[in-house]
Design a protein around this ligand. Structure first.
Ligand code: ZN
Length: 309
């Protein structure tokens, strides 16, 4: 359904198309690789949600551009990485896709006033990032300047970490979608977008780029090789904190909802469950931590049923 208004990108008055913040194919992938074929929203786990946040933001021409970059990413990067291909090479469509994601995530979070408590100094940098990204998306500039995009492939197994790691880490990394603007003090402010197994960060302000080596998305072309990247400590700590929050949210799921999920699982053939992405992520957490830690709920809930929806 179209709505009349000003396109957020090119600013022309137009019929506005419905578009997603995180592309629909990402949710389709999660559903297809879940044994129950259902997904749920972290801030309301009792609700099964079909395909994420949708907005009437773009005119037809801008929406078509976004869709073409999404198609490129889905076919040439997202699915090959999910299938374990390494390395994966990319062309100039990849940076456009990354910038389009950072731009919409930042604009959405800003419009929702989730970051209105950030300092004036950072607000200026946010406006600058939005403006540089917009110019790049409209082909008015050749690159996004200091507002770089960095991409991480974490779709494999986390082997062993010398740093504290959540017992929910594989399920958080591989089975969830998330957006955020992260502020690690005034020197590091980034836009964060998490796809299953993959993380995109868009720089609002990063003063020490040394922590972000090897992961910059290049303008024309490049190669993604996840065996040769450095990972910022702050980002790792952030991921683990989020994995712990997600674990707690799941533990707080209502008894009725847990019963519904269990009923769904009982209907399924076992080989359909064990080959699913949900189960494989769970298995990796068990391999890293042991079954007691993974299923230790410390609530009144006596259920020993795996919560793997
Ligand atoms: Zn437009």
């Amino acid at each position: 359904m179209a709505a009349q208004g000003k396109c957020r990108l090119c600013e022309q008055d137009s019929d506005l198309q419905e578009s997603h913040i995180i592309p629909k194919f990402v949710y389709t992938y999660l559903k297809d690789t879940s044994p129950t074929k259902k997904i749920r929203e972290a801030n309301n786990v009792n609700l099964r949600k079909q395909d994420g946040i949708k907005l009437h933001w773009l005119c037809k021409a801008c929406e078509l551009k976004f869709s073409s970059w999404e198609k490129y990413f889905s076919e040439n990067i997202f699915h090959p990485l999910q299938n374990g291909q390494n390395p994966v090479s990319y062309n100039d469509n990849f940076l456009k896709f990354c910038v389009s994601i950072s731009w919409r995530v930042l604009k959405y979070i800003l419009e929702k006033k989730y970051i209105s408590d950030f300092s004036d100094e950072i607000q200026i940098k946010i406006q600058n990032a939005l403006s540089e990204w917009k110019k790049f998306l409209l082909n008015q500039s050749a690159n996004p300047g200091i507002h770089e995009q960095h991409f991480y492939n974490l779709s494999g197994t986390i082997e062993n970490s010398t740093h504290p790691t959540s017992s929910n880490i594989h399920r958080y990394l591989q089975r969830s979608v998330a957006i955020d603007v992260v502020n690690w003090g005034p020197k590091v402010v980034i836009v964060y977008a998490k796809f299953p197994g993959l993380i995109l960060t868009g720089f609002i302000n990063v003063e020490n780029r040394n922590d972000f080596r090897d992961t910059k998305v290049h303008v024309k072309n490049g190669v993604l090789n996840h065996r040769k990247i450095s990972f910022p400590q702050q980002l790792w700590d952030y991921l683990n904190a989020k994995a712990e929050v997600t674990k707690k949210i799941k533990q707080e799921m209502s008894q009725k909802q847990k019963e519904k999920i269990n009923a769904d699982y009982r209907k399924l053939p076992i080989d359909e469950i064990i080959t699913s992405g949900t189960f494989q992520a769970l298995q990796k957490d068990i391999e890293l931590y042991g079954i007691e830690e993974v299923f230790n709920t410390n609530t009144d809930d006596n259920s020993s049923e795996p919560k793997i929806d």
